[in-house]
Write a protein that binds this ligand. Structure first.
Ligand code: NAP
Length: 320
């Protein structure tokens, strides 16, 4: 977000959030702002008018940005996070996930900022869960490899940085297609005579972006005081579900039928490989009292989806 004159004069610590127009970045901006931080957010295609526009693949632009704002903390959320898009458009996506991360890390180190790099459970192959922070990554697809490479670039240029790995996210969305979780909503609403096959073999741990944002703030506040807060951390929701189970839970939460949803227990041939169960062990955050109790899926998902319901009684009866 662009800063007003009043905010520039404010005394709070300064955070720079990349990917502020994205699902997680928006939640991170809100979390820090509501706790007295001076927030500068950057985006790219959706940046204006609320946020600064900065193409993170442009090294000079990133250098100017960091030198001008001199943040105390950088939360690096920007990434290409869609595995299928990555496979189709690999050069651009690697440019953002790896090279831009390298530039952001160098410039964060140069200005002495605490850097938090958001990574993913897709760095693991999913064959031997749960995964601790020290377990060996073995990504199955280009997205996972690029995020792992981003982790290594982060720690190479900014050894005091924090890496926060998270699983599939959902939250307040601008369109339901913005998250792999809320995108199931379309299939739930297609309740016709036709059956609707839905993936039921990969275990997921859907996580509310607001909880991740709170963990980022707690990590940032502690890391500013304590340089031993560095390296890899895991955070995850606790409810294990396949996409089929998420869809049934979403239908139940809105009293909608789910009998048209058919569990599909085999991976379709030719799809981008994904880990079957990359459950994260989050004990490091918990031991340091830096975690939060994840919100319950059934209530969070209603908060995210009610603007997309045809039945506006949800607004009146439940939320207002
Ligand atoms: P998102 O909603 O897809 O947002 C991506 C962000 O990257 C947008 O703000 C976008 O800006 C920005 N961006 C794209 N190209 C850019 C460029 N060339 N220069 C500068 N910014 C650029 O992503 P998200 O879901 O919030 O993900 C946040 C982080 O969490 C990512 O690091 C991702 O790998 C990680 N993660 C996400 C999930 C998930 O399920 N979403 C799961 C695990 C980990 P514009 O839209 O303005 O162009």
């Amino acid at each position: 977000m662009r800063r007003s004159q009043d905010e520039v004069l404010a005394q709070g610590p300064k955070v720079l959030v990349t990917g502020a127009t994205g699902l997680l970045g928006r939640a991170v901006c809100r979390e820090f702002q509501s706790h007295g931080w001076v927030v500068t957010g950057t985006g790219f295609r959706r940046a204006r008018p609320r946020f600064l526009r900065c193409d993170l693949t442009d090294e000079d632009a990133v250098r100017r940005l960091l030198q001008e704002y001199k943040p105390d903390v950088v939360i690096h959320c920007a990434a290409e996070r869609r595995p299928d898009v990555m496979e189709r458009n690999s050069d651009a996506a690697v440019g953002l996930n790896v090279h831009a991360t390298s530039t952001v890390s160098k410039e964060a180190a140069a200005c002495g900022a605490v850097l938090i790099y958001i990574s993913t459970d897709y760095v693991f192959d999913g064959r031997n869960p749960p995964y601790g922070e020290d377990d060996s990554p073995n990504p199955l697809n280009l997205y996972g490899r690029s995020k792992l490479e981003g982790e290594r670039e982060t720690l190479r240029h900014c050894p005091g940085a924090v890496i926060l790995r998270v699983p599939v996210l959902f939250g307040e969305v601008e369109s339901v297609m913005e998250s792999a979780v809320t995108s199931l909503w379309q299939k739930i609403q297609e309740a016709t005579e036709e059956s609707c096959p839905m993936e039921h073999f990969m275990q997921r741990f859907p996580t509310d972006a607001r909880d991740v944002a709170t963990v980022c703030r707690k990590l940032a506040e502690r890391a500013r005081q304590d340089p031993s807060i560095r390296g890899i951390f895991h955070f995850s929701g606790k409810e294990q579900m396949t996409k089929y189970e998420m869809a049934v839970a979403m239908a139940q939460a809105f009293n909608l039928p789910s009998n048209h949803l058919i569990p599909l227990t085999e991976q379709p041939a030719g799809s981008t490989p994904r880990p079957i169960n990359s459950q994260l062990n989050c004990s490091r955050l918990e031991l340091l009292n830096l975690s939060v109790e994840p919100r319950a899926f059934s209530t969070s998902i209603v908060e995210c989806l009610w603007p997309f319901t045809a039945d506006k009684r949800w607004r009146q009866t439940v939320f207002h």
